[in-house]
Design a binder for this molecule. Structure first.
Ligand code: HEM
Ligand code: PLO
Length: 486
């Protein structure tokens, strides 16, 4: 019952009508591990049927580069799914929208708005640094015998995104901040908690209770964001945009000529602005906080790495002033630690599904239009041909022989090409400022007698560490020089 691969001889798993290859996939393994295992049997490029969908799985960086970069435009499509359509009003966002002229305009607008705040000004740094202050205070006042760092980290990262998107800065315990965190948790839990969900194509049918909870959370989200949007419209001025919402409102008058015969033009609507804001939250919070928590978990396992970062910070920044963006060039080892964290536990281990927009090819095999393509970044980041002892946390692999930063070809944590993460520079800035500031001011230890954090992780909307506890100790070197820091 094996169907031939579309126009080529791509190794393909057996498949049944409707169920596709699913009967052969049943088991405990999450998709990234399952695909890595299947790649050993079928080769690094293979096909399977996820239900009715013929799907190609890519497990090597060479093929990933073909899909994302060389023939990036051919593979820049997205499949539509029940939950992503609900989440984004039928693809009026960036991440889950198919590749259309309007999407390109929209993506460019979002990208430009991020750049405006990022590289162009120090606003972003100020926003992140003020959230860092709050986070440090919260961690340093945590339970001395140990506590879960996750709520504090999530709160800090949410605060950054709230300021960036609609200029709100919350203090600890603010009701609106709680509301944002609550609905986001609800969405994350329901789309991931229903077991197999359909944001990703291997997901099954939705249990009805989850579906209504998801709808409730989306309603709360949309009510809050609509209010912010109305406030912004009422107070919009000709001056510089205050935040992402301003930038989107100002830029949304650009048009793309319609492809249809009706002659009407397509524009970015209020719905698009709303969905972009919602997505900036979801993407900005889940990815960044999860990456920070993975890195903290690995630092607990590798105290020698933590000490080496702190030594680098002491030598090049000291304890009298806050770290700033321009220190990054002087802190190569910290960059390596961040990269190694994103390599060993990619938060998005199979990226977001791509689809072929035209007939194309991968590795010389014909791939027909409409084929779904999953890029298994997990197996690329753990490929023994490119990484020595891939399961070992070793930041030094990102340094070359002369101690300079190196970027190995088999490392693509943000994807690449037309669908590369739009938040990459924001994410890198946040990861750098958060980690450097934390490790400058405090040390993280395992609670006495506690087991070290579980490093297996659990795949929800992102790959998350299981909850773990830390003990936080203030560092004597911070503020000791009597500088102008609090
Ligand atoms: C897409 C990683 C942070 C917004 C992606 C993709 C990856 C990724 C792997 C999918 C690429 C693909 O499908 O080919 C990460 C990581 C982050 C991070 C590792 C942090 C450590 C952020 C932040 C934002 C963001 C902070 C925005 C505030 C997006 C959006 C997309 C995306 C909108 C969809 C792009 C598209 O489909 O065209 N990200 N991301 N991400 N990311 Fe991120
Ligand atoms: C997270 C829950 C939010 O409420 C909605 C949301 C929007 C964008 C998604 C994000 C969720 C999960 C992580 C995603 C992000 C877009 C890019 C990012 C998928 C579902 C990654 C890592 O690819």
């Amino acid at each position: 019952g094996t169907e031939p691969a579309a126009g080529g001889s791509l190794p393909c798993m057996p498949a049944l009508p409707l169920l596709g290859s699913l009967p052969w996939l049943l088991g405990e393994l999450p998709p990234h591990l399952l695909f890595t295992q299947l790649a050993r049997r079928y080769g690094s490029l293979f096909a399977l049927h996820l239900g009715p969908h013929y799907t190609v799985v890519v497990n090597s960086h060479q093929h990933a580069r073909e899909v994302l970069l060389q023939r990036g435009k051919d593979f820049a499509g997205r499949p539509s799914t029940v939950s992503s359509d609900l989440l984004t009003r039928g693809g009026k966002d960036i991440a889950f929208s198919d590749y259309t002229p309007l999407w390109r305009l929209h993506r460019r607008l979002v990208h430009n708005s991020f750049t405006l705040f990022g590289e162009g000004s120090s606003r972003l740094q100020d926003i992140v640094l003020s959230a860092v202050e709050g986070l440090c205070a919260e961690l340093l006042s945590g339970e001395p015998s140990g506590f879960d760092p996750s709520p504090a980290v999530t709160r800090a990262v949410t605060n950054v995104v709230c300021t960036l998107v609609f200029s709100a800065t919350y203090c600890h315990g603010d009701a609106e901040l709680q509301e944002v965190m609550r609905y986001n948790d609800g969405i994350v839990e329901t789309i991931a908690g229903g077991g197999l969900v359909d944001i990703y194509p291997w997901m099954k049918v939705f249990p009805n209770k989850s579906l209504s909870k998801l709808k409730d959370c989306i309603t709360i989200r949309d009510r809050l964001l609509s209010r912010k949007l109305d406030e912004h419209k009422a107070s919009l001025s000709d001056g510089d945009p205050r935040d992402l919402l301003d930038a989107l409102l100002k830029g949304k008058t650009d048009r793309v000529p319609s492809q249809t015969s009706s002659g009407s033009e397509e524009t970015i609507t209020d719905d698009h602005v709303l969905m972009t804001a919602a997505e900036a939250f979801g993407a900005g919070v889940e990815t960044t906080s999860t990456t920070l928590l993975w890195i903290l978990a690995y630092l607990l396992h590798h105290p020698e790495v933590q000490e080496r970062v702190q030594k680098e910070l002491d030598e090049h920044v000291g304890g009298d002033r806050a770290v700033c963006v321009s220190d990054r060039a002087r802190l190569p080892y910290l960059d390596c630690v961040i990269n190694e964290g994103m390599r060993i536990r990619p938060v998005s281990p199979v990226l977001i599904p791509h689809t072929a927009r035209t007939d194309s090819s991968i590795g010389g095999h014909a791939v027909r239009r409409g084929t779904r393509v999953l890029v298994n970044m997990w197996s690329i980041h753990h490929d023994p041909q490119h990484w020595d002892k891939p399961d070992l946390f070793n930041p030094d692999r990102f340094l070359d022989d002369r101690g300079q930063r190196a970027t190995p070809p088999s490392f693509l944590p943000f994807g690449a090409g037309p669908r590369v993460c739009v938040g990459e520079s924001l994410a890198r800035l946040e990861l750098f400022l958060f980690l450097s500031s934390l490790l400058q001011r405090m040390s993280f230890r395992q609670p006495r007698g506690a087991a070290p954090p579980d490093l297996q992780g659990r795949l929800g909307v992102v790959l998350q560490p299981l909850p773990y506890q830390v003990v936080v100790l203030p560092r004597a070197s911070w503020g000791a020089g009597g500088g102008d820091s609090p």
